[in-house]
Design a protein. Structure first.
Length: 117
């Protein structure tokens, strides 16, 4: 069992930056692929970014590529999402996820990110 707790995010003006962190419980954190999804009001949940268990590979949605960076620190059981050049359309609740082979079975409670124009 893995529990995920997000922190960070908040309110920022367009063009600004925010960082999200996700602390995971459990001894097997380094065994899991980690990622971030988001859900904007009235829209379906969508993939944002992911990293493999080792951090050796990362994947991004086209909409955030070049602006967002996912990273992880297995010694701290934490995954991060650095968000730069934020746009109003990045406004959403962001969820930290954990799983294997692209199947994310563990989800955090979500963290609000609001980008004002």
């Amino acid at each position: 069992q893995v529990q995920l707790v997000e922190s960070g995010g908040g309110l920022v003006q367009a063009g600004g930056s925010l960082n999200l962190s996700c602390a995971a419980s459990g001894r097997t954190f380094s065994s899991y692929d980690m990622g971030w999804f988001r859900q904007a009001p009235g829209k379906e949940r969508e993939f944002v970014a992911a990293t493999t268990w080792s951090g050796g590979s990362t994947y991004y949605a086209d909409s955030v590529k070049g602006r967002f960076t996912i990273s992880r620190d297995n010694a701290k059981n934490t995954v991060y999402l650095q968000m730069n050049s934020l746009k109003p359309e990045d406004t959403a609740v962001y969820y930290c996820v954990a799983g294997v082979h692209g199947s994310y079975v563990y989800w955090g409670q979500g963290r609000q990110v609001t980008v004002s124009s």
